[in-house]
Each structure stands twice: as structure tokens, then as C-alpha cells.
Write a protein that binds this ligand. Structure first.
Ligand SMILES: C[S@@+](CC[C@H](N)C(=O)[O-])C[C@H]1O[C@@H](n2cnc3c(N)ncnc32)[C@H](O)[C@@H]1O
Length: 217
């Protein structure tokens, strides 16, 4: 059973996860959206009968991990601020979930910056990321292109490629697309379309045990 789950962006999936985990952290950036999330969590608590402790916390991908912490208990006027022990809990999380966060290259860069730090600290984690490819007219291609998606893919390697990067001496993100036909669809009227994907992403840390790595620059 998963103990701690970190959910980037506080949508429905994060709230549903509170039915199966021990602790869930729902994060986003900005007071208004965090207030909205808190309201959704409260409104659905009876219906969904959470088993988890649900924490709503501010996490700006543009700032480095770990976030600023408040000493001791979180005061009421800083209700979305992390405590030191919560940061430690999140570093011990096993599952991270994110949905629809790939749409701007700057944000994608910031997002992977936070992931790199977070996934290299504490326990081994796996990220499940759902996305829908967004198409725009690209002046450089003079055509419609999913450039945000290409930028996202540029962060990922498959297992074999990752092993080959300097013989496994450099850390890398290993990504695998999940076969959605294997995931049952419960909402019958909903069409998934071909541009929806779910990725399973792990972070392979630099091997500490390969002598050859020590000679790499
Ligand atoms: C397109 S929405 C996706 C919402 C998501 N599907 C959900 O279930 O909540 C993108 C989300 O990224 C968040 N976001 C944008 N910039 C951010 C940043 N710098 N740090 C953290 N989250 C950010 C937005 O507030 C928004 O919730």
C-alpha cells in the first residue's frame, strides 16, 4: 500500500487518491487555486470517505525544491506552508501524480527541475503523468505542431538509452508510455482520443558503484 502520494495540481485525481493512500499532498501555486482546492477537498470528504490525511501545500515549480518551511506547526495565516517534517514525508513518498501540466516549455523546464531534485532525494519514486498533446501553429515549422510535447519528450529516455548514457554514469529520466487500452474506462460517454497519454517516469540516479564513473568528467 502506498503511504505518501504527492500530487502536482489539485484536481479530481488527487482527491480520489485520498481513498487509497495514508497521506496525500496536493500542491499548486497561488492562494486562489489552493483555496479552491481546499474547498473541493472539504465538499467531497463525506462522499469519498478519505482514508488519507490530505495536506494542501504551495509548491511553485519556479522555486527550487525543498520549499521554504515554517518552524514548528503551520500557523493558520500560512495554511499552505510546509513544515520541515512534511518536506521529509514527501521525500519519502513512493508515488507522484501530475495531470495536464505540459503546455509551456518554461514550466516544463521548471517542473523537471523540481522533479530532478525531489526524485533524487529520499525513497525511490515513480511519477505517473497524464497529458494531452496540445497543437499550435508553429512559425518555425510553418505547420501545426505539438512542440510542447516534443520538449517534454526531450527530457526522457527509454531504459536502454539511459543505460547507454555514459555507461549509466549520468542520471536520467526513464519514461514509458502506458498502454491505455489496458486501463478500463468507467465514464462511458468520454472519448479519450489519440492525443491523451499517461507516462510512467522514473529517475535513474548516477550509479555510486561503478568505478568507471569516477573517471568521467
Ligand atoms: C492546465 S492546469 C491542470 C490542472 C490539473 N489537471 C488538475 O487536475 O488540477 C495546470 C496546473 O498547473 C499549475 N501551475 C502553473 N504554474 C505553476 C507553477 N509555477 N508551479 C506550480 N504549479 C503551477 C496551475 O495552477 C494549474 O493547476
Amino acid at each position: 500500500m502506498t503511504r505518501f502520494i504527492l500530487r502536482f495540481s489539485p484536481g479530481l485525481a488527487g482527491i480520489l487518491l485520498a481513498r487509497v493512500a495514508e497521506t496525500v499532498f496536493l500542491t499548486d501555486h497561488g492562494e486562489e487555486i489552493l483555496n479552491n482546492c481546499a474547498k473541493n477537498v472539504d465538499l467531497n470528504s463525506e462522499l469519498l470517505n478519505y482514508r488519507a490525511a490530505v495536506h494542501i501545500r504551495e509548491l511553485d515549480w519556479m522555486s527550487p525544491w525543498p520549499p521554504r518551511v515554517s518552524p514548528g506547526e503551520t500557523p493558520l495565516h500560512q495554511r499552505y506552508t510546509w513544515t520541515f517534517s512534511e518536506v521529509e514525508e514527501v521525500q519519502g513518498a513512493s508515488v507522484i501524480v501530475a495531470a495536464d501540466v505540459i503546455y509551456s516549455d518554461d514550466l516544463t523546464d521548471a517542473f523537471f527541475g523540481v522533479l530532478e531534485r525531489l526524485m533524487s532525494l529520499g525513497s525511490e519514486k515513480v511519477l505517473y503523468l497524464a497529458l494531452e498533446k496540445r497543437y499550435n501553429f508553429s512559425l518555425s515549422d510553418l505547420d501545426v505542431a505539438a512542440n510542447g510535447y516534443s520538449h517534454f519528450c526531450s527530457y526522457l529516455r527509454d531504459e536502454k538509452d539511459c543505460e547507454e548514457v555514459k555507461n549509466g554514469c549520468l542520471p536520467c529520466f526513464v519514461g514509458k508510455v502506458i498502454d491505455l487500452t489496458q486501463i478500463p474506462k468507467y465514464v462511458k460517454e468520454y472519448e479519450r482520443g489519440n492525443d491523451v497519454e499517461i507516462w510512467q517516469i522514473r529517475y535513474e540516479k548516477r550509479s555510486q558503484f561503478r568505478d568507471s564513473c569516477d573517471n568521467e568528467t
